[in-house]
Structures are given as C-alpha cells and as structure tokens.
Write a protein that binds this ligand. Structure first.
Ligand code: MIC
Ligand code: SF4
Length: 643
C-alpha cells in the first residue's frame, strides 16, 4: 500500500511512538519560527531551560505583530527578542521585514522539512511542501532546545482539485470552499493534502494562501506536493538548492477525499463572525461597505497585489470606503514600488501600511461603529478587528479591490475582463536579506536586554487529588482564543506582562471575569464545542492560570489550545454526555474527584455540589500528558526529570 506525502514526511521525522492513526507520535523539528506577540513568552520559557544554543537546523524570530509602538513596550520586547536571538543561535527578522509566514515561505522554507511555529498560521509553508505546524510558545521553546513535538498521528484528507480556476476565482475561493464543506472544527487531528490536476495551475504563493487558511479548519496542517511549480518558486527566490521533488505514492490511501471542481467554483465569501460561514459572493452582491482591507499572511503576496493594482489602475475608490493595503513582506513592497504597481494602488486612494499583521490583529484600522469591513484575511471573529459592533467579511483580493471601487460587495458582473488577472510567477524575486540579523558565533558575550514590561510568567503547582472551585464563566460553542484573551492595539503590547493582561481575560463576554476569579481564588471554566479555536496564543492558558483557573470543562476542544492548557497544568475535561453542560450554572460549586487516581484511566468524575449532580468527563490524553498535568505543567515536569 502506498504512502501519502504526509505519512512520508512524518515517518521520516519519527522519533518516538508507533505510527498508528490516533496514537501519539513525537517528531523531530527541523525549523522553528516565532513572532513577537508569542515570541517573548517562548523565549522566556526557552531561557528557563538553560540551553546555550538552539538545536534546530534553523530558527527564526520575526517581528510583525506588535508594530504600532504607541509606548515603549513593543520596542522593549523587540529588543529583548533581538538580544535573546543573537545569544542563542536564532536568526532575527527585524520589524518592517514582513509577516513571519510570508517571509519564511520566501526565504527559509525547505520542502520535506518540518517547521514548528508559535503562530497558528505556520501551515502557510505547507504550500512549499513542508509539514508546518502551529503550536504554543512552550512547545516551540522545547523544539528549539532539541525536544520532539508530539501530535496525534493524523488522518489524511485528500483534497482533489479538478479542472482550472476561472478568471473570477483564485486560491482564496478554494480554501473558502473547503471551509464551507468541512467547518472550523472539521480538521481536528487531520492533515489536508492537496492533489489532482488542478494543483498545476497554482503557484507556491497561491498554494500557501490555501494552506495558511487551512488553520481555520482546526487541522494539524495542510500540504501540497513539491513539483515543478515549487522548483520555479525556489529558483525565483535564488534557492534552487533547497528543492526536492516530493509527492504521495500513486496508490496512497486516504482517510477521506474532498473533490472540488475548479471549473465550477465561483467567488466565495465568509460572513460574520466565522471563517466557515461561507456562501457564494453573489448572495451578498450590492451590500454597502465602509472599509476594505487587503493584506495579512493569507493574501499579500506579490502576485496578489499586482492583481489588486491592475484592478485599481486608473480608478478611484468609492467615496464612502476606506481602503488599506498591507504588503506581506518587504520583498513584496520593494518589488511593487519598483514596477510601479504601488503607485497605482496609492493613486486610486489606497492607504499603504507597513509590511506586518496590522489590521488583521486589530493593530489599527478598526472599522467605524457598526461598520461593514471586507477583508482578504483569514479570521473574522467578533471584535477581533477592534470594533465590537463591526461586521467583517472575508474574500479574495480581486473581489476586495473591485468592491473598494464600487462601494459595495462586488460580484462577477462587476469584473472588467480587459483587466489582466492572469499573473505569472516572476522569473526572479528581488532578494534583500539585509534585515535578517544573524546570530552571534559565540553568544556568551551578548547581554539580554529586558524592558520593565517583561514580567515573570506564571507556573502551576503539582496537581492535587481533589480540585474544587466555582464555575467562573459558562460560554457557548466556538469560543476563540480572541474571546479568552483578546488582542488589540491596547492589549498586544502587554503579551509579556501576564498580570496586566489577565485583567482583560474574557472581558468581551464578562467584564467581571478577572475580578470574580480573583475574589474566588480561581475556579473552573465551562465551555461548548471547539473551545479555544483560532490562534496559538498560550496567553489564553497563561492568563486563566494566573487567575487561578484549575480546569476547563467543555463539549470539545481545539487542538492547539488543549495542548496549551495541558502544558500549563490546567485540566481539559470533555463532557461524556454533552447534555450535562445544560445543568451547570455560573457560580455552581464543582469538585473534580480523585483526580490523581483516575487521571491515568482518562475518565474523571466532576461533582456539582450546588445541583447535587455527577458528570463523567474524559481527558483523552496520553500518559506523557497525564504526567505533565500531575507535575503542574511541562516546565515543572522537565525540571523534575532534570533533578
Ligand atoms: C492570529 O492570527 O490570531 C495571531 C495573532 O497571529 C495568533 C498569534 C497570537 O495571538 O499572537 C495566531 O494565529 O496564533
Ligand atoms: Fe498576522 Fe493576521 Fe497572519 Fe495572525 S493571521 S499571523 S495576525 S497576518
């Protein structure tokens, strides 16, 4: 029986465990990436491991999220990351160099290698045929220290692309269609492997739009084969030497197959407030807009922005619309400015932002109250854009640019077919690696600079046999890490200051959450389906930990967040009977019984003292994770094994 590409790469990197679906395996990590908003914490944790130099083939620290610098906090964190990187063997991509995923794809990704990143969109490099996985900062710190990364051996889904994209459609419509079919929780513990003749019409940056937004499926990752398009991209980046041809065996067996006929695909749109609330764009054509934002790690490649420039060329954006454009990398920005396309965007009325995450993470450009914002990004969770009452829709760059001119959500009728949208990969990209600072040879002489905003991170205590506490909050389905630990222009600068950040934990849902948690000396969170979906931010576990949260009981969990809870010693309990959720109210007194003796059996009983009811919950964890919980988290466990 033949192997899928996923199986080939994972088996090639297998360090521990038996490769049996559903089993936990440990894999070797070749490369890591961090970005600044999760990076400070990851490097503080790395420092706590007392390792001189990273043990990976390559580790890169990017600055792309915290760019506003409205006070000293961001710049202080940047300096901390720069010095820690130099000392410990990590490359440092300076602010302005671009979004981590875009730059990593352009300059560092290697087909067939593994990449672990402290950002949920790390799968972007799956477009370059890497097994690229998003994780919490602590897991990335362990990988930098040479440790394996543990995953459940994934199911492999083949996404079979047939035919060819039409003039009106692009890669974004493909991933929106996959999200429509599979939903935001449909990818948990699965890898989406793309194949079929349709992949031939997709260049590496287009493939990466798809693998990037595959994160929204909750998937472990997504991957494309490495073929002549991969070679063309690496050649154009002057990195031909990194090429290896890679594909699944002809007779590979997949757990699931999704067929998409590209000839029949039409432009799609994700509606508020979820990336899987996808419908054909024609259903919304004509809806008035206040803002259009083009950019993010999903859709800000050179070719994406040439299409935008061609559509905007000689036109003016609608008087009621604000258009912002953030190029994904400095390479993209330099090339656009050299070939005149940037001028077309500016002349039409586009407001050009620096190369970074910007509005995607609410760092500026929050829409007006009740504003309707059309974005080329990957997430449209409520409030993430910085305006609670705004409605955010997600589309391709082509639809976004057209809509900016029209002032409403555009559809296929609005295209002018004389505009060239068949943009080919350039023969060569302009390469300027001069904002990537190399690590020091030795490193001992480098002093790490720590600003006053960097506070120690919280550590848990070893698990007790009886865990008690009141229900601090009861939330519904699909709670994202943006709800648990919001990020915006005010809060993002405090990612290295958990005591301050924790004051805002859950504040979008319950303004008194932090106050109550402190008053009651912690407690338990009750959640619905896919609890903790979205970002990899460990802060959604660290802030609750700081506030004394001991367990989260939910109907189901998102992969990365569940790992982050376990890494920090917080019990992730899944209701065996989802109806039990209904009988719990806020402030009910809960008691998790006999935890230490039942944890290994994976079944834990929770007693609701207020209602006199008993619930059976599953932990669904491995022996390694049970040991971690018993120790009070990964760092405690590492310390106790080192003693
Ligand atoms: C996101 O897109 O949600 C972020 C901001 O990039 C996060 C990381 C973070 O919260 O710092 C992610 O995707 O993991
Ligand atoms: Fe940055 Fe947005 Fe991409 Fe997250 S999704 S890495 S915030 S551009």
């Amino acid at each position: 029986m033949g192997l899928t590409l996923t199986e080939k790469i994972l088996k090639n990197h297998l360090v521990s465990g038996d490769y049996i679906k559903g089993n936990e395996i440990g894999i070797r990590i070749d490369q890591t990436l961090t970005q600044d908003s999760t990076g400070t914490m990851a490097y503080l944790q790395f420092e706590a491991m007392n390792i001189d130099k990273v043990k990976t083939k390559l580790s890169v620290a990017y600055i792309d999220h915290n760019m506003l610098q409205s006070g000293p906090e961001n710049a202080d964190d940047h300096l901390y990351i720069q010095t820690v990187a130099k000392k410990h063997g990590i490359h440092f991509s300076k602010p302005g160099n671009g979004i981590c995923h875009q730059v990593h794809l352009e300059r560092f990704g290697v087909p067939g290698d593994t990449l672990l990143g402290s950002d949920s969109h790390t799968p972007t490099c799956g477009g370059l045929s890497m097994i690229a996985i998003g994780a919490g900062g602590l897991d990335v710190a362990v990988a930098m220290a040479g440790g394996e990364y543990f995953i459940k051996t994934p199911k492999v889904v083949k996404v079979n692309l047939k035919g060819k994209l039409s003039y009106y459609c692009s890669a974004k419509d493909i991933i929106l269609e996959v999200l429509r079919k599979s939903t935001v929780s449909g990818g948990v513990n699965k890898v989406f492997e793309y194949g079929g003749e349709g992949i031939k019409c997709l260049s590496v940056p287009e493939r990466s739009t798809i693998t990037n937004m595959g994160a929204e499926l909750g998937a472990t990752t997504s991957i494309f084969p490495s073929d002549e398009n991969t070679l063309a991209f690496l050649k154009a980046q002057n990195r031909e030497k990194d090429f290896t041809q890679l594909s699944a065996d002809e007779d590979a067996v997949y757990d699931e197959v999704i067929d998409i006929d590209l000839d029949k695909l039409e432009p799609m749109i994700a509606c508020p407030h979820s990336p899987d609330a996808v419908v054909p764009v024609k259903e919304l054509r004509g809806k008035k807009l206040t803002q259009v934002a083009i950019g993010s790690c999903t859709n800000s490649s050179f070719m994406d922005l040439i299409k935008v420039a061609n559509i905007l060329d000689g036109k003016t954006i609608h008087e009621d619309v604000s258009l912002v454009v953030s190029p994904g990398s400095r390479q993209v920005l330099i090339m656009l400015s050299q070939n005149g396309d940037l001028a077309k965007i500016i002349a039409a009325g586009g407001r050009v932002l620096e190369s970074g995450c910007g509005p995607c993470i609410g760092m500026g450009q929050a829409p007006s109250s009740n504003g309707i914002s059309l974005r080329t990004f990957n997430r449209n969770f409520k409030g993430r854009c910085g305006t609670e009452s705004a409605n955010v829709y997600l589309v391709s760059p082509e639809i976004a640019a057209l809509s900016a001119i029209k002032g409403y959500i555009a559809g296929v009728e609005d295209f002018d077919k004389d505009v060239d949208l068949d943009i080919k990969l350039p023969d060569s990209f302009l390469v300027y690696d001069n904002l990537v600072v190399k690590p020091a040879d030795g490193g001992k002489e480098i002093d790490i600079v720590r600003g006053p905003n960097i506070k120690p991170f919280p550590m848990n205590d070893p698990l007790k046999d009886k865990v008690t506490g009141k229900t601090l909050i009861k939330v519904g389905d699909g709670i994202t890490t943006d709800h648990i630990m919001p990020s915006n222009a005010h809060l993002l600068p405090f990612r290295s200051n958990i005591p301050y950040l924790s004051e805002f934990c859950f504040n979008q849902i319950d303004k008194d959450f932090a106050k109550n948690a402190k008053k009651l000396s912690g407690g338990i969170i009750v959640g619905g389906l896919n609890y903790g979906q979205g970002s990899s931010r460990e802060h959604a576990a660290l802030a609750p930990l700081y506030l004394g949260v001991k367990a989260v009981m939910a109907k189901s969990f998102a992969r990365i967040h569940k790992n982050n809870l376990i890494n920090n010693g917080i019990l992730p309990l899944t209701f065996n009977d989802r109806d039990d959720y209904n009988s719990i109210d806020v402030f009910d007194e809960l008691e998790v019984k006999d935890v230490l003796s039942s944890i290994d059996s994976n079944e834990v009983v929770v007693f609701n003292q207020t209602k006199n009811l008993e619930y059976t919950t599953a932990l669904d964890i491995t022996k390694r994770q049970a040991d971690m919980l018993k120790s009070g988290g990964l760092l405690n466990m590492m310390r106790s094994t080192a003693d």
